[in-house]
Write a protein that binds this ligand. Sequence first.
Ligand code: AMP
Length: 392
Amino acid sequence: MTAAVIEPGSVLGLLGGGQLGALFTLAARRLGYPVAVWDPDPEAPAHAVATYSFPAPFTDQRTFARFADLVSVVTYEWENIPAELCRSLEQQKPVRPSSAVLSVIQDRLEQKGFLSSHGFPVPAFATLTVPDQLATMVRQVGYPALCKTATAGYDGKGQWRINGESDLRNVERAIAESARPGMRWIMESCVPFERELSILVVRGSDGESCTYPLAENEHEEGILRLTKVPAPGSVAMAERAATLACQVVDRLEGVGVFCLELFQLPSGELLINEIAPRPHNSGHYTLDACSVSQFEQQVRVTCGMPLGEVRLLSPAVMVNLIGEDAATTMTGTGCRTLLAIPGALLHLYGKRTIRPRRKMGHVTFLGETLNLALDRAQPFRDSLASGSIPSA
Ligand code: AMP
């Protein structure tokens, strides 16, 4: 079924106002759509670029009425917004991706259950409902294991690693201390992956879909640090990942931009770590290195417009600016040195407060080859670790 087309000039409703939302809003405005941003944090970056701003709790009924009345369609920029809110909005306006898709994705147990029941490859997992069953559940997946909160975790938050029996008591205590009524956890086998990969899929309401090139990701302390595109490796591997990603999003009947995070095992086998129902940090390179960005694609599919033709215009390496990295980069010397690197493109999200582990911006390094882009990015990445960027 082809969904109604939302014409330029109509107001797009966006739930969540982080950097993904701000970049969506800028893409929407370029295509002639005003955006209404609803995020409880008045300092969320998307408010600063929105046409209409709703800095109110997601439970606020007056805001609900005004927002639902104003917008023609709703999308969101992260999966931890209340599914209930999406369900209520859906009674009045289209929500893309749908609240049903959001419900499956925002709960790790639902998501892994969905994937495994359809035969998609995921790490071994088990459900934990009470902390004192930890030892029993770990036995089902084996050591080393990861225990993750079923909901509301991201960037490695709400995760505990269990290497062996000696960790059980501490992890059980930590889980019990953070437990709230009805909370559940997923126990996952900690897989010995060779590398982490991700792939973006865009799927329209007519079922047509397209993928972006496979990306290779490096994480530090559970947070994405660096993305390389195209991921080194065989064309067959990239095709396998693209086929898998399209099959998953088709099964979900998802309408929107999705990202599959993958583990590549030493055997070459791919396992799905998780699905994001929105543009993804590992897709930020699309802003500078592709014919159409992941954010413009989100605008297009949200509005029932044709998908943009995806072409990688240049190999790229994206380096995230996390916490104090932003202060290092924003000194006069740091910024001048960075911008003097050929092919370096800086994006700062305008967040006023620097906090540890907070994503403050990113830099995309372009190069005629991936090796050239890496040669340009690597000294910068190393200098972030030392806390100062030496002048050129
Ligand atoms: P997540 O928040 O689930 O995406 O996890 C953040 C990071 O933790 C991932 O990018 C991986 O580096 C690591 N991780 C998560 N789950 C697993 C797993 N089952 N096995 C090995 N590493 C994992």
